[in-house]
Design a protein around this ligand. Structure first.
Ligand code: IPE
Ligand code: IPE
Ligand code: MG
Length: 244
């Protein structure tokens, strides 16, 4: 498959596991299990295609409100994923990290995350970021609180706060903004994901439920992305002159 322009940072809202299971008369948890398999395949393909950053929205801060049984099953899947996959990540030179309210996660999950982060810290291929217990509004609020505290302590002056300063206080301080955001399952909303970071991201909504998402669907998104002209407020002519 020939793709001219692979997004440097791809972010995916992996949605539709529950509906996929429901369509088959299965419990929602079966959808999450299948969804995890799909995630593994898409991670490998992104790594192969040369995507540099891949952020996967795996569990939102609002998902804590789901039935207790579903939440614990999701934590179980996560535990198992980290245990089984860390070695493969190292083999594939993939660096793993997490954004979100880490401390709300069960202690053993936190430990497994730290272990996976440490084991893959030297990897310089794909940077795989799981958004876990992640909510963008909470992330922004926490940045605002830290900045306010720094002002109180005279470490920062209000007039010195710019976009770069703000970014430094986000979970994503080491990550460039996403170039492309894919949401599966036909829902056309953002659900509290990377609100600051997506200011100029391209958005792609796929009707495919996440457990059915195939490499071909990823290529379709990339082909669509490739056709877009990112203007960042400028005119088409300006952009064309910039690249010619
Ligand atoms: C996405 O699938 C996975 C998580 C949010 C953890 P859903 O579980 O939201 O599936 P639907 O949207 O109910 O089909
Ligand atoms: C967003 O999906 C979060 C993840 C994919 C992890 P949700 O299924 O939680 O979003 P809403 O509730 O439909 O907006
Ligand atoms: Mg959903």
């Amino acid at each position: 498959m020939q793709i001219q322009s692979i997004p440097h940072h791809l972010a995916i809202i992996m949605d539709g596991n529950g509906r996929w299971a429901h369509q088959r008369g299965q419990p929602r948890t079966i959808g999450h299990v299948k969804g995890t398999r799909v995630a593994k395949e898409i991670i490998r393909e992104c790594s192969r295609l040369g995507v540099k950053y891949l952020t996967l929205y795996a569990f939102s801060s609002e998902n804590w409100h789901r039935p207790q049984m579903e939440v614990s099953l999701l934590m179980k899947i996560l535990r198992r994923y980290l245990k089984r996959e860390t070695e493969n990540l190292v083999k594939e030179n993939i660096r793993f990290s997490v954004i979100g309210d880490f401390f709300r996660l069960p202690e053993d999950v936190m430990e497994s995350i730290v272990a996976a982060q440490n084991a893959t810290a030297h990897c310089d291929g794909l940077q795989l970021i799981f958004a876990l217990s992640y909510g963008s509004r909470a992330e922004i609020l926490s940045a605002v609180k830290t900045i306010a505290q720094e002002i109180v302590e005279n470490k920062l002056r209000p007039e010195d706060i710019d976009e770069a300063t703000f970014k430094e206080h986000l979970f994503t301080k080491f990550t460039p903004d996403p170039d492309l955001i894919i949401r599966t399952s036909g829902e056309c909303r953002i659900s509290n994901f990377l609100l600051w970071q997506m200011a100029y991201s391209e958005l792609y909504f796929s009707p495919v439920l996440w457990p059915d998402f195939k490499k071909a669907d990823l290529y379709a998104a990339f082909r669509d992305y490739e056709k877009r002209q990112r203007r960042f407020g400028r005119t088409s002519v300006q952009i064309e002159n910039l690249f010619n």
